[in-house]
Design a binder for this molecule. Structure first.
Ligand code: NAD
Length: 390
């Protein structure tokens, strides 16, 4: 299966395009006048230290679930972080445990399985538990991590329902630990620009958006990562929960507003394969300021785009949502913005929040707002009509 959240062209192709873009003369708006502080904010660089903290001052992260994302993205990113490092693993597969111990110099004392998970409470090397399990397991392991007294990062979607999300937030509040959701694009410089320009109405008020993320999921045969994604109890839903959530996020952070109503439709070309979860969904979100956000998602197609049209111009990211490189442009020309290691930025920023006693930029409440919109999208499909979002 292609890595779902990275359904973008190869990094090499992207870098080639960026080099060409950089040679062009067109400038993105604000380039000449952005202050260093604005640049820091836009790039999501807060929390970054030029040299990094000495190891004893860094926070330790335990990765829970050593699947594709943990293996391919998070563990490598933890080799680049400057405020936190990989200090423990949780896996049900002894073979994986051995390989990770060797590769990342981890001892048996910091290796757990799902039965011994709660013993993390006594592991002083672990400050943050990062839940990278199938969606249907997020709530249980977030609550257990909080009860073990650890701060938590939980992957998106935060849960499979609003009720679960509320339970997770409640458990973290009760335990006095912070909860952050794995929304890496809030630390990605192109997306920071879109948030800033959209919310500050740099091109006038945003009127229309067209956001979509889809990838062909492939066959479940012999592929556990596809199998659980097609299983309602494990995934909570299909393409919408997995990658459509990026289109929902994009509409919300481009406007800086919460949608008040949605009209959605579902399409199934392969009803047998997708008998439990959604294959393709189109939705239209209405925002209080008048913007309309069209969104699309599918497990049987391929697109990856954010586009916002405002009264006096437009902005577009394509590819938009992967981590192999984001590329963007506005009506004035290409955005000349450097790509970064999104996951390293995201984890360092959370470590900085803990160390400095600040709130996460992407707390549980942010995840919950998406869950409310997602539930409303499913409600609209079931009802066959527009529904209000409360
Ligand atoms: P994956 O299937 O590759 O990994 C899941 C891991 O959970 C595996 O190691 C598996 O062994 C383990 N697991 C434990 N109990 C299991 C059970 N009962 N059934 C199935 N697996 C079980 O999946 P992934 O792609 O790594 O996704 C994991 C989470 O990360 C998902 O919530 C997904 O949405 C999220 N994710 C986020 C991004 C991102 O860019 N933020 C990218 C990919 C995945």
């Amino acid at each position: 299966m292609p890595c779902p959240d990275d359904a973008s062209p190869s990094r090499r192709r992207f870098l080639k395009r960026t080099a060409l873009g950089a040679a062009g003369a067109a400038l993105w708006p604000g380039a000449a006048c952005a202050s260093p502080q604005q640049d820091e904010r836009a790039s999501g660089r807060e929390g970054r230290l030029p040299e990094g903290l000495p190891p004893e001052e860094q926070l330790g992260i335990a990765l829970v679930g050593l699947g594709n994302y943990a293996t391919g993205q998070l563990a490598p990113a933890l080799q680049e972080t400057r405020r936190c490092h990989l200090s423990a693993i949780v896996t049900g597969t002894p073979r994986k445990a051995k390989a990770w111990q060797k590769k990342y110099d981890l001892s048996e004392a910091h290796t757990y399985d799902y039965e011994t998970f709660d013993q993390l409470a006594g592991d002083d090397a672990v400050d943050i538990v990062y839940v990278v399990l199938p969606n249907g397991m997020h709530a249980e392991y977030t609550v257990r991590a909080a009860e073990a007294g650890k701060h938590v990062i939980c992957e998106k979607p935060m849960a499979t329902s609003v009720a679960e999300g509320e339970r997770m937030i409640g458990a973290c509040d009760e335990a006095g630990v912070k909860l952050s959701i794995g929304y890496r694009l809030h630390f990605q410089p192109h997306h920071r620009r879109v948030m800033e320009w959209g919310q500050e109405r740099v091109f006038g008020p945003v009127e229309r958006m067209n956001n979509g993320f889809a990838f062909p999921i492939g066959s479940p045969e012999g592929n556990p990562a596809v199998q659980w994604r097609l299983d309602k109890a494990m995934a909570g839903g299909g393409a919408l929960m997995d990658v459509g959530i990026y289109a929902v996020q994009a509409a919300r952070y481009t406007t800086g507003e919460e949608p008040v109503a949605v009209t959605a439709e579902e399409f199934k070309e392969h009803p047998q394969k997708f008998d439990e979860v959604d294959e393709t969904i189109h939705f239209e979100l209405e925002f209080p300021g008048g913007a309309v956000g069209k969104g699309r998602t599918s497990y049987s197609d391929s697109y990856n785009r954010l586009r916002a049209e405002a009264a006096d111009g437009w902005m577009e990211l394509e590819p938009a949502y992967g981590y192999g490189g984001v590329d963007g442009r506005t009506h004035r020309g290409p955005m000349q913005i450097e790509n970064v290691n999104q996951q390293a930025r995201q984890m360092d920023a959370f470590a900085a929040c803990i160390q400095e006693g600040r709130a996460s930029r992407v707390p549980g409440e942010e995840g919950l707002r998406d869950m409310k919109v997602i539930e409303a999208i499913y409600d609209s499909i079931d009802a066959g009509q527009r529904v209000q979002i409360s």
